[in-house]
Design a protein around this ligand. Sequence first.
Ligand code: HEM
Length: 342
Amino acid sequence: MNNAKPTRIYPMRKPDDHCPVVQRYSSSLDSSVSYVRFVVFGQQGQVDGFQSLVRKFFASQNAPDHRDAAQYTDPQGAKNIFTVAYWLDPISYNAWREGFDAWLATQDPKEADNGYWFETFSVPTPYRETIAFKEYLRGLSACPYSTIEPIGESAYWGAARDRFAASAYDSLGPVDDQSLTVNTDRDTRGKLLRVEGFPNNLCVIRSGVSWASCGEEQLDSYQNNLAPKLDEGMQYLRDNPAETGCASLRQVSYLNTDGTEAPEAFSLGFFLSFSHLEQWAEHHPSHLAIYTRALAERKKFQENLELKTYHEIYVLSDDAEFLYFNCHPNTGLLPYFENSQV
Ligand code: HEM
């Protein structure tokens, strides 16, 4: 974690003398980096043609510093394929965005075969935190200008909060007592819609897992002990937006560069605030079961642990934008906030 240490108002949650059994790492950004720009661009309907669209836009001048690809079938049965892209230079992103907007302006949602969704935000670096294994880098940790540093803030409740530099002076809580209501009866097809009226400090998590290096024993443990609990937890979040403050939860397969599915997956979730996410992670039986089991396995296997996980969490400000082009009404943040036609 970089940047000068701010004056602390809120105490750290780290217990005195805490010493994690397995060394974990976090991405430290070069001091020249002030903001992280995160873009998710997805296609809904057919998956064909998306990779060439991505090559056209994301491999050109002002390309992102890093991008990953993933796909999933959503609970409404629609296929979605998407790219997650990261820029650390706002000038480069703005230049790239001009080209993307020019392309979007030529598209007619009434004539389109597919839907597209575009979700983006930029956060000042103290409003991001990451945790990783040093040999398995994804997302922000895989960007240039990011180095991977050992951390002591892991394996206790509150470690994620402590890893946010901003948690020293920001409670990362909800702005008010806003809760989520769901409206999926809107006529969203054939339109380009912008989501409005979302709170300023929405929280986004990308949490991933790879079983590529697992031998029989640890693969069996992942498939039988962890994965079912993870599925249960993700289903619970999708089914209970009002109780959890979780507004969108995509459970997706990671794609290799040739478009085949890799032995890894991630979840991309939007929450009303970081406190909402923390509350679920710390108190809901589905994550508690995964967490306890994963920490027990770390203790057992130590440096021979084969299952690799990472996550990155962002707390947003008003620099966030959510656009949906000819998508069904359950897509992304559409059901939870106001929609206005562009
Ligand atoms: C296979 C899947 C998962 C496993 C094995 C797992 C396991 C863990 C473990 C071991 C930690 C503690 C990390 C550390 O500090 O060293 C952790 C923290 C956390 N996990 Fe998960 N997790 C998984 C999926 C998820 C998902 C999908 C989400 C959210 C959508 C999530 C949310 C969190 C949060 C917010 C924390 C931070 C808790 C804190 O430090 O207070 N996890 N998880």
